[in-house]
Design a protein around this ligand. Structure first.
Ligand code: C2E
Ligand code: MG
Ligand code: MG
Length: 400
């Protein structure tokens, strides 16, 4: 989990509160607040001087239960993250989590009681990544000023994760994923600085910095014919000058817009306002591909998708990872493939870590695959090497 300063635990059972408090204290969370039910939680949120970063709530509580709390958090525009737990059957907790996501809340997971260290680690544990760049023990790094200074110094660069075409078996391109190369801390993952960049209005600068690096990297001859995906944050898409900014830079570099695929999250698709739709339409008509990232986590429906001719749908990794063990995930993958086929979109499975999952999605008709099984995100020099041997990824699969 990305670090947060304050967590609000909502439950009427003192034992669960004690377990969660001990757990979060061991993660050096600066402030752990307690509420006995939903109404008490809202009171605390109202009084608290700073926004609370994470709410961990039981579903069944006296007075105001978790469902009502979810609805009221949505109407108050709560911007933090939410995790839900319950002693009731798994499907009920999943259903509550889905409901919260439909309300546009940022649900990071759900847990069945009894709460154990391993079940909590699955939702709140640190990322498995071997990359450096965790927050300091006091959780204060990076600050807005650090991110801004790093932008000035050009310390944000893209790493690239290859995408494999399952029909031809060759590498079709890569996704650019921002990393902060800090002289002292090493490679810092986006989970640590994107929330700060977002809250401080720095995402525009960061995106342009990444686009510029990608354009430069794409000049190398080995990159010819490779399609590069770039993540575009929601806020930028309502800026009607964006298509011209991108096209100018790409045109000057002698590249074609069709070499770029712009990934927007499913939540952006849900709030398609006229300005965003205009920007997307102009980008598309000028040759950019547009992809819906993290598909399945939002609540888009066919009518949302028909508003715009998207090129690609990327099924969220949470479904891909569970596709062999969880019927709901498997159904989500199947439904996504059918929907994409019906709408003439390419389907990408992201986050593939196991060979069995790779075989599964291939058999289901997914077009492209991406994940640690094939390769982790890597620096530009390394992927240049990778692009020169378009079938080299098969060795990592064979060794898995
Ligand atoms: P995303 O766009 O959905 O990217 C996929 C994330 O999953 C990446 O994390 C990638 O490293 C990770 N991943 C890929 N394969 C596997 C796998 O097999 N297993 C697991 N566990 N993870 C895998 P990363 O690089 O930490 O990025 C996280 C998110 O941050 C991205 O999710 C994207 O939403 C955002 N992001 C990254 N770079 C940029 C950027 O340049 N601009 C913007 N706006 N957002 C970015
Ligand atoms: Mg992406
Ligand atoms: Mg994704």
């Amino acid at each position: 989990m990305d670090p947060v300063d304050s967590i609000l635990v909502v439950d009427d059972d003192p034992t669960q509160i004690a377990i969660l408090t001990a757990y979060f204290s061991s993660m050096q969370v600066a402030e752990i607040l307690h509420a006995r039910d939903g109404a008490h939680a809202l009171e605390i949120l109202d009084r608290h001087p700073k926004p609370v970063g994470l709410i961990v709530s039981d579903l069944k509580m006296p007075n105001m239960d978790g469902y009502e709390l979810i609805r009221l958090l949505k109407s108050r525009g709560f911007k933090g993250r939410i995790a839900l737990f319950s002693g009731h059957q798994k499907e009920l907790i999943e259903n509550a989590a889905n409901l919260a996501r439909m309300y546009g809340l940022d649900v990071i997971g759900h847990i069945s009681k009894p709460l154990t260290k391993s079940s909590l680690d699955k939702v709140f544990g640190s990322r498995k990544s071997s990359e450096a760049g965790r927050a300091n023990a006091d959780g204060t790094w990076p600050l807005k000023e650090d991110v801004s200074a790093a932008l000035d110094k050009g310390l944000f660069v893209p790493f690239y994760q290859p995408k494999v075409d399952l029909l031809t078996g060759s590498i079709s391109g890569a996704e650019a994923l921002v990393r902060w190369i800090d002289p002292e801390r090493g490679v810092v993952s986006p989970g640590l600085f994107l929330p700060i960049a977002t809250n401080s209005g720095l995402m525009g600068r960061l995106t342009i910095a990444i686009v510029e690096c990608v354009i430069e990297d794409m000049q190398r001859p080995e990159w010819a014919g490779m399609k590069i995906a770039i993540n575009i944050p929601p806020g930028m898409l309502s800026d009607i000058t964006l298509p011209d900014i991108f096209m100018n830079r790409i045109g000057k570099a002698g590249l074609k817009t069709s070499q770029f695929c712009l990934e927007i999250t499913e939540s952006t698709v849900l709030d398609l306002d006229p300005a965003t739709l205009e920007v997307l339409s102009r980008l598309r008509i000028h040759g950019f591909e547009i992809s819906i990232d993290d598909f399945g986590t939002g609540a888009s429906n066919i009518s949302n998708l028909r508003m715009f001719p998207f090129n690609e749908l990327k099924i969220d990794q949470s479904f891909i990872n569970n596709v062999l063990t969880d019927a709901f995930s498997a159904e989500t993958v199947n439904a996504s493939v059918s929907l994409a086929r019906m709408m003439n979109m390419r389907v990408v499975a992201e986050g593939i870590e196991r060979k069995e999952v790779f075989d599964y999605v291939k058999a289901k008709g997914v077009h492209q695959a991406q994940g640690y099984l094939i390769a982790k995100p890597m620096p530009a020099d390394q992927i240049t090497e990778y692009f020169s041997h378009p079938h080299s990824w098969m060795r990592s699969i064979a060794a898995a």
